[in-house]
Design a protein around this ligand. Structure first.
Ligand code: NGQ
Ligand code: ZN
Length: 459
């Protein structure tokens, strides 16, 4: 049994196409995506242009309940590091039920905003006092349940975290929920593998950062992961802050990305999250490795990270994708807007995101972010093409910002000028999850989120 949907306009990996017939199988995979097709008798017809679903390549779900609550001066000069202290305090209170409620709402929000899958960089492992839960995988399972309930696709990346800084500095009190030996991490992966497989989630590994994982642990964990799944995705925070670069130089004589490229088998399985501060040689080498740059424009702006050199990365053919990270923004279109505007402000140019093949900025950025996001996810979610999962978004052609426009203009207006989302429907693996802009669980998930947040903020 296959299902079909016919669309007057759809954004395929090569660009906008007309009269597109989408057909997918019972597993939710496209068996056919054909442009200039006839609409088969009885086929469903899309009421607006179709876009590929956007993979969200970086999320710390629990931080959603804390988004917007650190925008006040707490120190003489606040920074990423003072934000992190507040974040640790918040993380210390969280229980499994809180996490599940927060993630359920977050994933419903993501789906409504055009993200059809998410990579969870999951480092909350233990109880607040640092002891493992009776089920060591308790908090990871809460995320898997939230993904299953909402229908979002998932890449689960349990995080390896052992030290508080370069050179093996012991972890601090705020980090005790994160800490694991390399062996216990490999056991956790083994414990999670069946549940992930059962719901079509991909399991990978996230060494948190070079600050948090010493060289021997990194090598051992990567060897253990390769034995479990030689193609599993590997994500790492890297070179987000200049202090991190300075500390790495002091420790090793090398910058973080250069160190990683020299000491780890970095290739297309890897996602370098942030990778904000690279020198010219690092941009060239990292792009050539096949690793995906995980850009999180709203969080990087919020935390005062600095700007990624997007033109340099692209000049080397580097792949990239989008993450909502701390969730100060949960909207794929808005992340693209921020990415483009950061570059415009820095370069004093316009339309930086256009490329040689595609002059339209919103179209070019969307296609590139889906391509890179899929690679980082380790899942077949690379857009509207046979063999890929049927993850797609239908714009609301009746939205005032879109009415009467050509499809590329509709996407452009959605990204640059819609003042709110212009998304109508969202399908994941061929199943409708959002209709008329709302997820089925919208109301109950929102109520659960507010209750969890209220409890967490109570003194
Ligand atoms: C995180 N977030 O793991 O949540 C980090 C902060 C750290 C971002 N890097 C903690 N945006 O890097 O030490
Ligand atoms: Zn992160």
């Amino acid at each position: 049994m296959t299902r079909t949907l016919f669309a007057a306009h759809a954004l395929l990996p090569d660009g906008w196409a007309r009269d597109v017939l989408l057909e997918w199988d019972a597993d939710g995979r496209f068996v056919r995506v054909q442009a200039d097709a006839q609409c088969p008798h009885g086929s469903a017809i899309a009421s607006g242009p179709l876009l590929p679903g956007m993979p969200n390549l970086h999320s710390h779900a629990f931080q959603r309940a804390f988004a917007g609550l650190t925008e006040y001066r707490a120190e003489q000069q606040d920074s990423f590091w003072s934000w992190r202290s507040l974040m640790y305090r918040f993380a210390a209170r969280l229980g499994p039920q809180h996490l599940e409620a927060i993630a359920t709402w977050l994933y419903a929000e993501m789906l409504e905003a055009g993200y059809t899958s998410v990579c969870e960089f999951q480092y909350l492992h233990h109880q607040p006092d640092g002891r493992p839960y009776a089920d060591d995988a308790e908090l990871s399972r809460a995320l898997l349940r939230a993904a299953a309930r909402t229908g979002i696709g998932m890449t689960l990346l349990p995080v390896l975290y052992q030290t508080s800084g370069f050179g093996g500095l012991p972890p601090n009190e705020g980090q005790r929920r994160f800490i694991r030996s390399t062996d216990s991490m490999l056991h956790l992966l083994e414990a999670l593998a069946p549940g992930c497989a059962a719901q079509g989630a991909r399991l990978g590994l996230a060494p948190h950062s070079l600050r948090a994982v010493p060289p021997e642990a990194l090598a051992d964990a990567l060897a253990g992961l390769a034995a479990l799944d030689a193609r599993a995705p590997i994500h790492i925070h890297i070179a987000e802050q200049t202090r991190e670069v300075d500390d790495c130089l002091a420790w090793s004589g090398q910058r973080p990305v250069a160190w990683l490229l020299d000491h780890a088998p970095v290739d297309a399985r890897w996602c370098l999250v942030h990778a904000t501060h690279m020198d010219a040689d690092e941009y060239r080498r990292a792009a050539a490795s096949g690793a995906v740059a995980g850009l999180c424009p709203s969080t990087e702006a919020n935390l005062g990270d600095g700007l990624f050199d997007f033109p340099a990365w692209r000049s080397h053919g580097g792949a990239w994708g989008l993450g909502s990270d701390s969730h100060v923004c949960v909207d794929a279109a808005e992340e693209l807007l921020l990415l483009e505007y950061g570059q415009r402000l820095a370069l004093r140019q316009r339309n930086v995101g256009a490329d040689a093949k595609e002059a339209d900025v919103a179209t070019a950025l969307t296609l590139a972010a889906v391509h890179g996001g899929a690679r980082a996810s380790g899942r077949p979610v690379a857009g509207l093409a046979a063999g890929q999962q049927a993850d797609f978004v239908m714009l609301d052609a009746a939205h005032l910002a879109l009415q009467g426009l050509q499809p590329a203009q509709m996407l452009s207006s959605h990204v640059f000028a819609s003042h709110g989302s212009a998304i109508d429907g969202v399908w994941v693996a061929g199943r409708p999850r959002v209709a008329a802009g709302r997820h089925v669980l919208h109301d109950s998930a929102a109520a659960g989120f507010v209750a969890a947040r209220t409890e967490l903020l109570k003194d």
